[in-house]
Design a protein around this ligand. Structure first.
Ligand code: SF4
Ligand SMILES: [Zn+2]
Length: 200
């Protein structure tokens, strides 16, 4: 996944920066192949340490390491950084998004996700704003079968994982959530991060 995917940047609205002082292209110099290879190797080492330096600034005060952010960058991302499209501000936003994503992967709402919202695919969610949306950041959890914390109690009878038995109100959980020996009562309200909306 590229930084554009993580930050939801539409390529058609990208505004390339005019230049990046630390990445100004050097003029090609004449020389034999060995000299060129040696020079390219030194340039790539220098570029790599410049990137790590930049990432050290990026990560200051955030709960993420330089190597974690570096590992999240694809070759195309590094090319964007080299060209000045991936600015320090964007790197910082990317690092914050990675911290948020890590929390979300563990089923925890990031800082600021304190409003009740609704995703048409995920159901009730914690978000930074209220409203109803066609998709949301928790959709990644839904697709990856990871927990989604819910802002309120849910009912098994509305859940896609509920398997009703031959009883008007009892059933079982298809994803192994705790239940009483007799099963789950369909209309009981519970806090379950594995609840997913039943689509009928
Ligand atoms: S995932 Fe949770 S809400 Fe859904 S059936 Fe299982 S226990 Fe009930
Ligand atoms: Zn969603």
């Amino acid at each position: 996944m590229s930084w554009r995917d993580i930050l939801g940047v539409n390529p058609s609205t990208r505004t390339p920066h005019a230049h990046n002082s630390q990445n100004t292209q050097k003029p090609t110099e004449a020389g034999n192949c060995a000299d060129s290879a040696d020079s390219a190797y030194r340039d790539s080492g220098q570029e790599s340490s410049q990137l790590l330096e930049s990432l050290a600034d990026t990560c200051k005060g955030l709960d993420i390491t330089v190597s974690e952010v570096r590992d999240a960058l694809s070759d195309d991302d590094v090319a964007d950084w080299r060209n000045g499209e991936l600015t320090p501000e964007t790197l910082r936003a990317l690092a914050r998004a990675l911290v948020d994503r890590r929390l979300m992967d563990h089923g925890q709402p990031p800082l600021g996700y304190d409003q009740h919202a609704n995703c048409r695919q995920c159901g009730p969610i914690w978000l930074w704003t209220t409203g109803t949306f066609d998709a949301c950041p928790w959709c990644w959890n839904r697709i990856g079968e990871r927990p989604i914390p819910r802002p309120g109690a849910v009912r098994c009878s509305d859940c896609a994982h509920y398997r009703r038995i031959d009883h008007p109100h009892l059933g079982h959980c298809a994803v192994g959530q705790p239940e009483a020996p007799a099963g789950l009562w369909d209309n009981d309200r519970r806090h379950c991060a594995h609840w997913l909306p039943w689509s009928g």
